[in-house]
Design a binder for this molecule. Structure first.
Ligand SMILES: *[C@@H]1O[C@H](CO)[C@@H](O)[C@H](O)[C@H]1NC(C)=O
Ligand SMILES: *[C@@H]1O[C@H](CO)[C@@H](O)[C@H](O)[C@H]1NC(C)=O
Ligand SMILES: *[C@@H]1O[C@H](CO)[C@@H](O)[C@H](O)[C@H]1NC(C)=O
Length: 494
């Protein structure tokens, strides 16, 4: 059972960090994507991997795709308190090392690398108010832990070449700084990752794979605060360095995963594999982007299209639309916001909207689902995403509601607007990331229930929702958002 502290409100920093992380990584990832050298070196990774492992695993991956026989499904037990849910903090439990120890890591679709805090880490938290036990990874305390040196393929691929300062004994270092001033730095190690392979209806068996990940030697800023402290971050981005890509390259899984984030009870479902129920209609991912970008065609409010300039969302006119489950709210360009706002309140000219910490809030005594229209986003491939009034109008006290959609903010230096769709629109839906077919899709879903996932051995199994967090009642969770959004906008404008 969680300590009382698990229900204390966290500071805004932890959640902000997540949003900033998205940005920080998008900058670095864009830079990497532009360098063609990265692609060449990473191709080498699969051809001349250590001891032939890379080569074989590439073949297995290829075969797996063709025959669909070798690959398993994985259930990542999910946690996230009501509050954490609202701020995009979901975490899972993994095992690392021999003997395996337990680590709680934030799951994050906006970054690529798995890292955990390491023993003798400077500035790492010793306790967490999330009601979990923190563990520091010790490469020497694990019989299977090994340093990654800078001349090894994982390192070379990550840096797009051999670093000039590299000698064969020097470690492969990494350093990530976030816009809010927090940071992690350390070195890469390789060890066994233990995970729950789906083996029956509601059942899993332990399985393992050797993967490379970051060993955090120094933590700065809010990452070290004990409020929402975890052991590390598990990036579910698309790059070859992610855990998912490594498992896929080792022939263990398909490059497909899904999440169902539950804002009703907390927790939800996070699974790797091919979801067969619910059925999900997908829209193509924009190729070669560091994040999960999709093509937005238009927006309706209550069935009427917003009167916007034609092609406003086309790539020539905008930076596109990012789906990011680690972002809390949803950000649209100012022109879109104004039109949207006017239509949402069209039938309520009597309502007086007040500004509360930069949110537009109003008093309303009825059911918002009866009184306000649904907002529908239309994407390429005739895929739509419906946002109910109770999702975009969040309650912030008795009869007080605030608008969750945010005005602009996500404007880049060249003056182009980006749409950023976060948990506000993604929660309580099954969201499937099919990286093999470069598509993403969703379906309205009860995230406290279960999904069916196929493991490519011809079996289909039920994966149940779970919540490994403490599950406290937090009434103030929504009001926390008020503290966050303005700062978020300024970060996104960097
Ligand atoms: C990632 O790995 C795949 C094979 O596993 C390879 O085809 C691809 O080129 C790599 N991506 C990059 C960006 O190097
Ligand atoms: C990894 O899995 C294999 C096969 O199930 C098992 O024999 C081995 O003990 C496991 N290794 C670790 C480090 O857990
Ligand atoms: C969601 O599913 C859970 C578990 O099956 C069930 O207890 C709950 O009533 C469902 N919620 C809704 C709104 O249907």
């Amino acid at each position: 059972m969680a300590a009382r502290g698990a229900c204390d409100p966290p500071g805004p920093g932890a959640s902000l960090r997540r949003l900033v992380l998205l940005l920080a990584l998008s900058v670095s990832a864009l830079a990497a994507a532009d360098a063609s050298g990265v692609f060449e070196v990473q191709r080498k990774f699969t051809r001349h991997g250590d001891g032939g492992e890379g080569h074989l695993s590439a073949l297995r991956e290829h075969d797996g795709r063709r025959h669909g026989r070798l690959l398993a499904a994985i259930d990542l037990p999910l946690g996230g308190s009501g509050l954490a849910t609202e701020t995009g903090l979901y975490f899972t439990r993994i095992g690392i090392g021999t003997p395996a120890k337990r680590y709680y890591v934030q799951v994050d679709t906006g970054s690529d690398i798995l890292w955990v805090n390491c023993v003798s880490c400077d500035g790492c938290p010793r306790k967490s108010n999330l009601g979990i036990e923190l563990t520091m990874y010790d490469p020497r305390g694990s019989q299977s832990g090994e340093l990654v040196t800078c001349d090894q393929q994982f390192c070379v691929a990550n840096y797009g070449g051999v670093l000039p300062s590299c000698t064969s004994t020097s470690p492969c270092e990494y350093s990530i700084s976030y816009g809010d001033g927090s940071s992690t730095a350390g070195f890469f190690v390789t060890d066994f990752l233990q995970y729950n392979q789906v083996s029956g209806d509601g059942q899993t068996t332990p399985a393992n794979a050797s993967i490379s990940f970051g060993c955090g030697a120094k933590l700065g800023g809010d990452l070290g605060s004990s409020n929402l402290a975890l052991d590390g971050i598990l990036g579910f981005g698309q790059s070859n360095s992610s855990m998912l890509s490594q498992l896929a390259a080792a022939g263990k899984v398909r490059k497909m995963f899904a999440h169902c984030l539950d804002t009703v009870t907390g927790g939800g479902i996070f699974a790797i594999g091919n979801v067969v129920q619910p059925k999900v209609k997908t829209t193509p991912l924009v190729p070669d982007m560091p994040h999960y970008n999709v093509i937005l065609k238009g927006i309706d409010v209550g069935g009427t299209a917003l009167g916007l300039p034609t092609n406003i969302f086309d790539s020539g006119n905008s930076k596109g639309t990012i789906i990011d489950s680690g972002t809390t709210l949803a950000y649209v360009p100012e022109g879109v916001y104004k039109a949207l706002f006017a239509m949402v309140f069209d039938k309520h000219q009597d309502i007086s909207v007040q500004t509360l910490q930069d949110f537009s809030c109003f008093q309303y005594s009825g059911s918002v689902d009866d009184g306000f229209p649904e907002v529908t986003f239309h994407f390429e491939g005739d895929v739509s995403l419906i946002v109910s009034p109770h999702d975009y109008l969040f309650q912030n006290g008795k009869n007080l509601y605030c608008m969750g959609f945010q005005n602009g903010g996500v404007q880049t230096k060249d003056g182009k607007d980006m749409v950023l769709l976060g948990d506000l629109v993604l929660s309580n839906k099954l969201v499937l990331y099919d990286l093999e077919n470069q598509a993403i899709g969703w379906a309205d879903y009860n995230c406290s229930s279960s999904i069916k996932i196929s493991d490519d051995k011809g079996s289909t199994y039920t994966v149940n929702a779970d919540d490994i967090s403490s599950g406290c009642e937090v009434q103030w969770r929504k009001s926390l958002i008020l503290l966050l959004a303005t700062t978020v906008i300024s970060y996104l404008m960097l």
